[in-house]
Design a protein around this ligand. Structure first.
Ligand SMILES: *Cc1c(COP(=O)(O)O)cnc(C)c1O
Length: 425
């Protein structure tokens, strides 16, 4: 073996996986079992007490899921990862380790519509208070910091317009405030952007999107960068204080630079319960093997479609960071040089009615609430994903009434352009 470090495409195929030791199976088997037999009573006790690593029960861990966790941790450059049932579950589990009732976190205003809902409504019932900031103005994050701030949350490529966030600028605000930076890397995938290289402490994904990539399985994942010191100032008692449920051990002291991933597993996933099915883990692992090929094609197609739309008389504007004229193009060149992703918006001169009309005329594009499928997708955010926002908030989050969002698939770009051409009329 050479001592060369494997490249991204090699990791996407191999990281975390070995031929099955008992059968020789080369693809990762689906370990479809709820529980695992202990060697003896001492082994069982040491697993329950966190003195040994091993399998107990699939709500806490599963060998198929473990391959997925190791693979995504390798692709993102983190120390460890935890797979969960969905992207939203990942967000709940992360914040549960960081916030006590009455605490705050700062979130970028440009987010997936479901995250805006989750943060505004569901998290309020846990006593976790979201404070919104403008991802295009890092000083707005600085101004939002209070003694109760426990985390900052942004998307690397942000919904719905595919805008690029200046991760390094916001990371420096987080460093100064002494709180971790959480980056939702769903729209970029680690093929385009690795947030940990730019100062993220925690990366979350909806695996449902580009990582799984085929629109067939929900999943989420949390990646621990291993960079944050949880012991400072007693701000993170879940990590720094003795845990009564584990014989008084302190997670940071015991697990060092993967303590956050352990906390998410043994305090979050164990007690909240959003475990990923091993079958979904298998589907997502299979998807990840082709991530570099798919992602490049998604980006190349998206750029061609954005260029077509920018030249069409019915189109008022196109927000795609990959276009040289776009306001995020400089940031795209810095953070995502291989491509600016495949999710973006454009607005129609005919406003709301034209948006609804377009969506109904498209044939190859599917009208649905998802992104990151092999198939091309379309939605009108103002009447769907962002409909819960008032008009001013819709515009601020990039989902005004005239805006249409596309997620460009891996079909032939000429066919996508022809479909848009007939629908724009
Ligand atoms: C889809 C999505 C989520 C939520 O993920 P689910 O798997 O649907 O729970 C979170 N963030 C972003 C950016 C997403 O696209």
């Amino acid at each position: 073996m050479s001592d060369r470090l494997p490249g991204f495409s090699t990791l996407a195929v191999h990281a975390g996986a070995q031929p099955d030791p008992t059968t020789g199976a080369r693809a990762t088997p689906i370990y479809q079992t709820t529980s695992f037999v202990f060697n003896d009573a001492d082994h069982a006790a040491s697993l329950f007490g966190l003195q040994a690593f091993g399998n107990i029960y699939t709500r806490i861990g599963n060998p198929t899921n473990a391959v997925l966790e190791e693979r995504v941790a390798a692709l993102e450059g983190g120390t460890a990862a935890l797979a969960v049932a969905s992207g939203h579950a990942a967000q709940v589990v992360v914040l549960q380790q960081l916030l006590q009732p009455g605490d705050e976190f700062i979130a970028a205003r440009k987010l997936y519509g479901g995250s805006i809902n989750q943060f505004t409504h569901a998290f309020k019932s846990f006593g976790w208070n979201v404070v919104w900031a403008d991802p295009d103005d890092f000083a707005s994050f600085e101004r939002a910091v209070t003694p109760r701030t426990k985390a900052i949350f942004i998307e690397s490529i942000a919904n719905p317009a595919g805008s690029i966030t200046d991760i390094e600028a916001i990371s420096s605000v987080a460093r100064k405030a002494g709180v971790p930076l959480i980056v939702d890397n769903t729209l970029a995938s680690p093929y385009l952007i690795r947030p940990i290289d730019h100062g993220a402490d925690i990366v979350v994904h909806s695996l449902t999107k580009f990582l799984g990539g085929h629109g067939n399985s929900l999943g989420g994942i949390i990646v621990d960068a291993g960079t944050f010191d949880w012991s400072t100032g007693g701000k993170y008692p879940m990590l720094s204080e003795p845990r009564p449920e584990y014989h008084g051990i302190r997670l940071q002291e015991t697990f060092g630079n993967f303590a956050f991933a352990i906390a998410c597993r043994v305090l979050g996933l164990r007690d909240l319960g959003p475990a990923l099915s091993p079958f979904n883990a298998f589907m997502i692992l299979t998807g990840i093997e082709t991530l570099p090929l798919r992602m490049q094609k998604h980006c190349d197609n998206a750029k061609a479609v954005a260029e077509f739309l920018a030249g069409h008389p019915a189109v008022a504007s196109v927000s795609y960071a990959g276009l040289p004229s776009d306001k995020y193009n400089q940031l795209a060149r810095k953070y995502a040089p291989k491509g600016a992703g495949a999710v973006f918006t454009f607005s129609l001169k005919g406003g709301y009615d034209a948006g609804v009309n377009l969506v109904s005329k498209l044939q190859l594009f599917s009208h649905l609430a998802n992104v990151g499928d092999t198939r091309s997708l379309v939605i009108h955010p103002a009447s769907t994903t962002h409909s819960q926002l008032d008009d001013a908030a819709k515009v601020k989050s990039g989902a005004g009434p005239d805006v249409v969002r596309l997620s460009i698939g891996i079909e032939d770009k000429e066919d996508l352009i022809a479909d848009l051409e007939q629908a724009l009329g």
